[in-house]
Each structure stands twice: as C-alpha cells, then as structure tokens.
Design a protein around this ligand. Sequence first.
Ligand code: PMP
Length: 341
Amino acid sequence: MPDAALAAPAPGIVDGFAGAVGNTPLIRLRKASEATGCEILGKAEFMNPGGSVKDRAALGIIEAAERAGKLTPGKPSIIVEGTAGNTGIGITLAANARGYRSVIVVPETQSREKLDFLRMIGADLRLVAPKPYADPGNYVHVSRRLAEELGAVHANQFDNLANAAAHEATTGPEIWAQTEGRVDAFTCSCGTGGTLAGIARALKARKGDVRIVLADPLGSALYNWVKTGTVKASEGNSITEGIGQAARVPGNLEGALIDDAEMVPDAEALEQVFSLQMEEGISVGGSAGLNVAAAIRVARKLGPGHRVVTILSDGAARYQSKLFNPEFLRGKGLPVPPWLA
Ligand code: PMP
C-alpha cells in the first residue's frame, strides 16, 4: 500500500492565489459511509486559500469583470460585496493579488472570526444590522448602493451568474473526474445557490439521472420552494452561517436542476461537525455539518451501495466563538459536546 499522501499526484506548481483555488481533495467520510452502507464523499473546500468554497465564486466573479473590461489588473479599482463573510474573504484576497481594493458589507451577527479575518486582510469592513431582504437596510441592498456611490464594481454574488458558472467550470468537473463518473447523488445547502446550481449543471450534463438534492436549514424558504414551488420560510431558525434564504430565490439558484430537498435541524448538523472533527480529524463549519447530515439522509433513501457527494464548505476555526462555545450552545438550547463542557 502506498502512503496515502503519495497515492495521488499533487497538482504541481501553480500561480498565486488564483492558481491555488480549487483542485481540492474529495474525502471519503468513514463514519457516514459506514452508517449508510453507501460511500459518502466530502469535497474539501475548506482547503481553498481563503478557507472556503466561496473562493471559487469570488475569483470567477472578478475574472468575469476583467473580461467585461470593468476591472483591469494593476489598475486601482474598488470591488464592493455584501456577504456573510466567506465571499468577502475570497474577494479581498483575490483583490489584493490583483491590485484592487475591497469594501465588504457584512451583517454584524456573523462570527467574530470571519469579521476579524476580513479586517486582518485589509477589507474596508462595513458592519450593518441584520435586516430582512425586503428592508432597504439589508446588507445586499446596502452593498449595491455603496457600489453605485463609489463608482465601484458590485460583485453581486446572488444574481451575478459568473458565480454558478465558476462551479460549473471547476467544482463540478473536478467531482466528475475524481469519482471517474461514478456518482449517484450530490447534495449541498445554498446561500446564493451558486455551488449547487453550477455543480448540478456540470454533473447532469454528463449523467442525466444523477440525483441533485438541496439541503436547507430551519427558517429558510428554499426547502418549501423545491417541494411545493412556493417561497415560504419554514418554522424555526439556525445558527449556521452563509446558508438558507428566508424570502427569495437568488438569480444563481433560479432554474437549477434540483430533484429533491432535505431540511436539517441544527442539532443534526452539529452532530456531524463534532463527529467529523473528533472521530475523523476533519474540522469543518456548520454548513458542512449540515451538508453531511443531508448526504446521510440522501444515502438512506437511495439504499446501500450508492455514492453521494457533498461539500465541506469551510473550516471549524471560523466558528470557534459560536459552535465550540458552551455558553453560546446552551443559549441556543443545543447540546454541549463532552470535551468542551
Ligand atoms: N457554506 C458557507 C460557510 C458559506 O459561507 C456559503 C456562502 N455564503 C455557503 C455554504 C453557500 O454557498 P453558495 O453561496 O454557493 O450557495
């Protein structure tokens, strides 16, 4: 048996931030696979240079703006984005690499770690109170107005189709190549929907009957949208960040090739976060835990012998002050894992 680290060739030398985005490992998740008799695989998006799946969208959006002549590498320009944090991190790092500046609008309720990281990498960070999409103070609207006032480029990840296109061009084909086309189902949660829609398009183009399942936290309307066609928020709420939509279907998700949906409560997502970290050495954030929980549900419905792929969107260190904070967990009525109690 070769050493696991030597079994697959490394991608070789790449150029800078852009070159380091993508080509992430596809990790076999032992416990989830054993529990279902299926093979459950997680795409290690936390290994991107900015630490999340959103590096791909950020880079895709910036490169599309360059192709359209809205940005020119080395020529000072400003990119404005409204984000739960991860897209802002990707945009800021890509901007730093190309001589642009970033202005990043984030709801103040997002994890301290993401906000600190954004400040650390030089983003001009603008915190706003959390408001529903219908309110003009919602971070997405604030970022759009700010871009207009500054004469800057608005990255606009929710409705800019360069987002899903980046996943259609990279994440989807990588999954196809890594599984050598043996993939029965794919599931992940949606913020903008770029990851799900782009991967769904890439996989369905190669295998029409691959099953695409949207994973949704409580309080989001996307589960009901897939199941009934009506955009109606479900009961409850979630401590996960960057996923779920309470009131609308973003442009990137409209028309996505989706077969089914799963709604996953936080306790079930956190069980996966803790188990992956403590029993498999894979340290991921809340949306990744929710994705794995959804993959387990999908696998159980398919029955043993199938292969289900999902996304490990970002790492646990980004949520130390929340998901790994006993006081925070108790306050939300969630179980505190024994090694933290
Ligand atoms: N997980 C995390 C941690 C995220 O930050 C995001 C993006 N906000 C997502 C999942 C969802 O990705 P997408 O926007 O492609 O739907």
